[in-house]
Each structure stands twice: as C-alpha cells, then as structure tokens.
Design a protein around this ligand. Structure first.
Ligand SMILES: [Zn+2]
Ligand SMILES: [Zn+2]
Length: 349
C-alpha cells in the first residue's frame, strides 16, 4: 500500500476541501511515520474549509493538527521513540531551531514556525509525517479519541495556567463558550476560580450548559441578560481575570470593561476582523493585557497527566466520533453549533 485517504484543502475558496488519495509520506532523518489513531476537528479546520481563516495556508494541504497515534516507523537519528509507541504530537511541525525563542524552549513563538494542517500536511489521514521532537508518550490507559484533545487542552492550559495567575477564590470571567473557552473554564475551575462566569450568545445554550458541568458558577446570555450588571452584582469593582476566548477582536472592549483595576485580560484566538477600540480602561485601570498563543513541552506533559486522570472531563465537549469519510458532517455540526467538538478516527470504516 503506497497511498492513503486524506482530508485535503486544495484551494483558497469556500468549500475547497475533499477526500483525496495521496501518497503515504516518506520520512527523513529525525522523523517518524505516525499511524493516526484519532484527530479532533479544530475551529481553525472549519474556518479553512470555509476560507474564513486569517493565516497563510500552503495549499494543497492535509487538515488536522490535534492528533495522536502509533509510531509506524522511525527515521535515522530518532531516539526515544520506536515502532508501536503510543504518542501525541505537538503542532510546531517546522521551527528554525536557532533563534532566541527556539533556544529558550519557547519554540511555539518562533517566527519561522509552521504548523500541521496549514503549513505542512496534517493528520486527517491514515498516516502523517512528524518530527520526533514534537512527540510525547501517552499512557496505555489514555485512549486516542481523548488523547487527541491534548492540543486544545494545552492551548487552554497556556492561557489560564501559564499566561494568567488564578488564586483560589478569584472571580474569573470567560467570554466565548467554544471548545477553547470551555477548556479555559475547566482550567480556571481546577485552579480554584470562583465565582466563575461564562458568557455566550443565545444560540450557545447547550455550550453554556456544558460550561456549568465544567465548573462555571454563573452563565450569561449576553443577548438577553445585562452582563455588566451581573458582574457588578458579583463584585462591584469587576473581575480579577477576564479570559476572552470568543475568537473575535471586538469583544476586547467588553473584556476591558469587566476587569477590575489592576486585573488582567487574557486573549486567545484570532480573527481577520480589524477593530477600533477604546483602550482608556486599560490605562486608567492599570490592567494587564496578555495574548496567548500555542503551547510548549512542559504544558503538554502536564496536560497528558490531567487527561489520563480524567479531571478535565473531556467527554463533556466531544459530541461526535466519525471515520474520515464522515469529515463533512463532523465539520458542519461544529460550524452549526450542534456539537462542541468532533473527533475523526482514520482507522475506522
Ligand atoms: Zn486546534
Ligand atoms: Zn526559531
């Protein structure tokens, strides 16, 4: 067998994604061939399939950057991983390896970074080629259809547990109950946040219910309820931390208004939207504004332990599991809000 089926984005147009037969990749030095056990669908995959993304895509490209699987072959110079090992992979498929950020372990911020699923071929296929430096072993007790969620968990861990400080009893607000916002909610709950308030739209009903299962003490429908008043009732000076996980730019203004003086706004997710916004609350409130992008080695090791212990309640967000052939429904159901997160199983028929 020399070819495989893959979910390929072939043009920078809406709905330019299809199943294609492509060659199984050949591996070079320092690389492994990974047989994909599971790959979860990211909002970014859905954006690329609709051409609503805001990052450069090297077409044609196999989608998918949230994955785990079994090592099927190892190239020369690979140490620590061999055929049969169960692993998950980080997303920084290409980095320069020599810049200050790479040399200090912050390779996720390397200016030359290219990720799976847009910069190089991703994992929505039977096999994917991965540099061994991206890999982490996972325990036998952790199934692939949960292990693949290590990537979005690492995004949320980076926002809430690395780029933010949460102490027990802190009042935390999360804007946007998408998969990342919900995982940020869970990380805040595990860090002892409370009150913990999650904000969504009217169509987000099921997601806000998931937020409550993940530890939110309050949920607010911003279209029918007075968010500012509810926050003021909880704390007249505002929230200690506001995590803006909406993926939109314009919500920054809301986030700044909800934050207490000397508090922090942490923003994750990006959009093509360019905004004008009132930054005076940032200055007048002595607020720290922190962006958060991607994740690195220690975050992944910690998240794998959390997943194996089940404490992040990952089943709460998984609404659909499907073979590769069902990729379109897996994408559409996330786009329409019918499921929070879909997982593709390339080994299943
Ligand atoms: Zn993702
Ligand atoms: Zn670099």
């Amino acid at each position: 067998m020399t070819t495989q089926t893959a979910v390929v984005q072939f043009a920078l147009e809406p709905h330019a994604v299809e199943l294609r037969e492509i060659p199984i990749p050949e591996i070079g030095d320092g690389e492994v061939l990974l047989e994909v056990g599971a790959v979860s669908v990211c909002g970014s995959d859905v954006h690329q399939s609709r051409n609503t993304h805001s990052w450069p895509v090297n077409i044609p490209v196999v989608l998918g950057h949230e994955f785990g699987g079994t090592v099927a072959g190892a190239g020369r110079g690979v140490t620590g991983f061999r055929e049969g090992d169960r692993v998950v992979s980080e997303t920084a498929a290409e980095i320069c390896g020599t810049c200050m950020l790479c040399r200090t372990g912050r390779y996720n911020l390397c200016p030359a970074r290219k990720g799976f699923g847009y910069g190089v071929n991703g994992a929505m296929a039977q096999y994917v080629r991965v540099p061994a430096r991206c890999l982490h072993h996972i325990p036998d007790t952790l199934p692939f259809d949960i292990a693949c969620l290590a990537e979005p968990h690492s995004v949320a861990y980076q926002v809430m547990c690395v780029n933010s400080n949460i102490a027990p009893g802190d009042f935390v607000v999360v804007i946007g109950p998408g998969p990342i916002g919900l995982l940020c909610t869970r990380m805040a709950a595990l860090s002892g946040a409370g009150p913990l308030l999650v904000v969504g739209l009217s169509k987000d009903g099921p997601r806000l219910e998931a937020a409550r299962r993940l530890g939110a003490t309050h949920t607010v429908d911003i279209e029918t309820e007075n968010l500012a008043e509810i926050v003021r009732d909880i704390s007249p000076i505002g929230a200690d931390l506001v995590c803006d996980a909406s993926g939109a730019s314009s919500t920054l203004e809301i986030a700044l208004k909800l934050t207490r003086p000397d508090g922090q706004v942490s923003k994750v997710g990006w959009s093509p939207e360019v905004i004008t916004t009132d930054v005076n609350p940032l200055v007048l409130g002595n607020i720290r504004l922190q962006g958060s992008f991607s994740h690195n080695y220690p975050v992944w090791e910690r998240v794998i332990q959390l997943l194996d212990r089940g404490v992040t309640l990952p089943e709460t967000i998984v609404g659909l599991r499907s073979p590769l052939a069902g990729w379109r429904e897996a994408f559409d159901s996330m786009h329409d809000g019918r499921v929070i997160k879909s997982v593709l199983l390339p080994g299943a028929r």
